[in-house]
Design a protein around this ligand. Sequence first.
Ligand code: TRP
Length: 332
Amino acid sequence: MDPAATTEQVTIEVHLADGAGLDDLSDDARAGLSRTLKELPPKYFYDERGSQLFEQITELPEYYPTRAERSILEQQSTEIVAAANPHSLVELGSGSASKTRHLLDAMQDAGCLQRYIPVDISAEITRETAETLVREYPGLRVHGVICDFEQHLEYLPRDGRRLIAFLGGTIGNFPPDERNSFLSRIASLMGSEDGLLLGTDLVKEPARLEAAYDDSAGVTAEFNKNVLRVLNRELDADFDPDFFEHRAFYDDEASRIDIRLRSLADQTVTIAALEMEVEFSRGEEMRTEISCKFTREHLEEVYAAAGLEMAEWWTDPDGLFALSLARPAEVA
Ligand code: TRP
C-alpha cells in the first residue's frame, strides 16, 4: 500500500486502510456484546487516554510485570543476543520501544545490529521512535511496518536472521485457541535460524496477581472503564462508566486473571452506530480481558503445540516474569 515515508535510514510501510479499525471495533463489539457472557476485546483499551493510563499502570507499586521484564532485559540482553545472534530485531507491538533499547544496545555491542523492524498499529509513534533511534544508533536502519499484527504477519520482511520480540506478556491476553493459531502462524513464517523472544508473566500467589490488576489508587479501574468511553465515542454509545465497577480475580483452574466490568444496576445501553440495545442486569459482568499466567512446563507445551521449541529461559531474580527464546521445531 502506502510507502508513507522514506528517508535514507527510515522506511515506514503502512498496511492499515483508513476506517479498518472502526470496522473491526464494530464487528468485535457486536459479536462480543451478543454473547451470554458479554465480552469486549482488550485491544480497544488503548486510545490516547487508555495508553496514558496504561503507562501509569506500569509505574504502580502493585504492577510488577513491566519492571520485572525490564530487569531481565537489563541483565540478560547480552546473553539473549548471543543466543539468537540476529541481524534484525523485529518487535511486535513496539510502541515507544522503551525496553527494546537494551536489546539494540546488546546487538550494537555484538556488532550484529543492522535493522530494527517495529510493528505497530500507530504510524505516529512508530515514525517518532524510528527517527529517534536512527539518531541514537549510527548505521541502524529502521523499517517500520504499520499493521494489525494479529492479522498481517506476512508483511514482515524475511531476509537475514531475525529475532522476533513479543514483549510485555501480551501473549497472555490471547484465549488459548487464538494463542495457538497466532504462535503457529509465527512459527510457519520463521526460518530455521530465526528466534522468537516471548515475554510471559508467571504463576504466583493469587493475592499478588490480583493486586497487580486492582491497585489501591484505582488507576486500573479507570483504565478498565476507559473501554466504555472508547465505545461511546467511536460507536455513539451511551455507557455510563459510573454504573459499572472494575473487578479482577485469579481463576486458578485456567491460570489466568479475569478482568471484568460489573453492572451496578439493571440498565439498557444504546449503541447507535450498531443500531443495538444491550441490556445489563444488576451484578452482571462483562469480560474485558484475560491475562494468562504461565509456568515453564506449561509454556513448553504451548510452544510444542505451535510447532516451536523452547531454546532458552530467563527470569528476573524474584522469578516473577520470564523471557524465553523459541525456535521452529525440527521436523523429522
Ligand atoms: N497486557 C496487560 C496485562 O495483561 C494489560 C493490563 C494490565 C490490563 N492491567 C490491566 C488490562 C487491567 C485490563 C485491565 O498485564
